[in-house]
Design a protein around this ligand. Structure first.
Ligand SMILES: NC(=O)c1ccc[n+]([C@@H]2O[C@H](COP(=O)([O-])OP(=O)(O)OC[C@H]3O[C@@H](n4cnc5c(N)ncnc54)[C@H](O)[C@@H]3O)[C@@H](O)[C@H]2O)c1
Length: 438
């Protein structure tokens, strides 16, 4: 498994628990030192336990010696990052290509080189060329096996996937992959064998479709606020239709994270490059960017039109709960803008504060817990719906907040209870009932 990040570590530990002998290759010395010391460099529920068990059983090890790790393997998975390339929005596949070349130089016999990273259509073919060039005469196959796990529930997602997608062209490659995934196939996870290009596109199409769904309900939330409708009821009313489905219809501050922003952008670029532009995906990217930028203004408006001199408690920094991942989190533009507007920020996140610190303005104050963040604050903004924040009662919020303002960007609180406690409560897409208005 080349790359010991969210995907490489989870996939590596899960394959090991299925009885496969796994070596994770990680080139970042700090990350590797932690792994070798039995520590997990990321926060993912259950991963520490799973890694510990499999390391102890001798099925999972960590190294920076790619050549030694790859010698004699049946499959080499590439699970390195594919971030947005600076300047043009394309996915940067340089880490993938580099890893493929390193693998090719180290292989001594037949193996399947598998991309687990999310890669643009055509990358599998390009990898085959790189390998042929680096090691002429080597017997190998290339396969695409995109990963669909969600941070925060990654182990469950890997072990009980909705589907396993494998793009491969030879029966030999399909057989290696079939054997690796056999325990999951036995519990009836559907395996979809496709061409390599198809597998590559499925991953981008899946993420872009989900991002579009989130963006759609966010737009409906804006409309609800104008017309006096409740977006929760709209989501339920449409989601109960089996053709639509209830998931990913939660309004919020715009999608962030390590995948949706970069994958929607990359799919838009791929589609343009191939002369089949996707206006839907392009618009999703633009609408989401605008939404993230607009969230700070929503807070300023809730504070009465100016944040100058206000102390604002920000609860939740990560792009979603149950992860420490801060990549493209909505909290980043919100907080930066509020600081520019003259607010003092008292922030708290259960797992994300270490990763957030280098990304946020130096003036941000980091707090011990949610109640500490509320101390002396005029207003509170809930950005990420960690479960522990749900325990804050309307009465204690009303007692703690000097201006009694709560901006709930995830709709975790009960609007009626909040308003009854005397709070000025601003959820997303849930306006106060008409008869109760000013
Ligand atoms: N994070 C997710 O939820 C998720 C889900 C599905 C798919 N993906 C995709 O999986 C890929 C990896 O994502 P991630 O979040 O795990 O990234 P990450 O940045 O957390 O991890 C990548 C790791 O690879 C290491 N690395 C890079 N080049 C290397 C090399 N040549 N040899 C050894 N190690 C190397 C880096 O040091 C880093 O630790 C991306 O393409 C991403 O789009 C991610």
């Amino acid at each position: 498994m080349i790359g010991g990040g969210y995907v490489g570590l989870v996939s590596g530990a899960c394959f090991a628990s299925l009885g496969v002998e796994v070596c994770v290759v990680e080139r970042d010395p700090e990350r590797l030192a932690l792994l070798r010391a039995g520590r997990v460099p990321i926060y993912e529920p259950g991963l520490d336990q799973l890694m510990e068990t499999n390391v102890a059983a001798g099925r999972l090890r960590f190294t920076d010696d790619l050549a030694a790790a790859v010698r004699g393997v049946e499959a080499a998975f590439i699970a390195v990052g594919t971030p947005t390339r600076r300047g043009d929005g394309h996915a940067d596949v340089s880490y993938v290509n580099e890893a493929a070349e390193q693998v090719a130089r180290a292989l001594t016999g037949y193996a399947v080189i598998v991309t687990k990273s999310t890669v643009p259509v055509g990358t599998g073919r390009r990898i085959a060329e790189i390998v042929q060039h680096a090691c002429p005469g080597l017997a190998f196959d290339v396969a695409s096996n995109p990963e669909f796990l969600r941070e925060g529930s990654a182990i469950g997602d890997f072990m009980r996937p909705d589907r396993i997608v494998i793009g491969a062209e030879s029966e030999r490659a399909r057989e290696v992959m079939r054997r690796l995934y056999r325990p999951l196939y036995l519990i009836e996870a559907p395996i979809l064998f496709t061409a390599i290009e198809t597998a590559e596109l499925i991953k981008y199409a899946a993420n872009s479709f989900l991002a579009m769904k989130v963006t759609f309900i966010n737009e409906m939330a804006d409309l609800c606020e104008k017309v006096g409708a409740d977006v929760h009821d709209v989501a339920r009313g449409i989601g109960l239709d089996g053709r639509i489905g209830r998931k990913f219809l939660h309004p919020g501050p715009g999608f962030g994270g390590s995948c949706f922003p970069k994958d929607t952008l990359a799919l838009a670029r791929i589609a343009q490059d191939w002369g089949a532009p996707s206006r839907l995906v392009e618009t999703t990217v633009a609408v989401n960017e605008a939404r993230k930028a607009a969230m700070a203004a929503r807070v300023v408006a809730a504070c009465g039109g100016s944040a100058r001199g206000k102390t604002i408690a920000v609860l939740g920094l990560t792009f979603k709960p149950e992860t420490d991942d801060m990549r493209d989190a909505s909290s980043l533009p919100i907080i930066s803008r509020l600081v520019e507007e003259g607010a003092t920020i008292r922030a708290f996140d259960p797992k994300g504060m270490a990763a957030a610190r280098p990304l946020l303005p130096a003036a941000v104050l980091y707090c011990r817990d949610a109640r500490d963040a509320l101390d002396g604050a005029h207003a509170m903004v809930l950005v990420t719906e960690w479960n522990e924040f749900r325990a804050l009662s309307p009465a204690e919020l009303a007692a703690a907040l000097l201006d009694r303002v709560v901006v709930d960007l995830r709709n975790v609180f009960d609007p009626l209870a909040m308003r009854q406690a005397g709070l000025r409560y601003f959820p997303v897409g849930r306006p106060a009932p008409r008869q109760a208005r000013g």
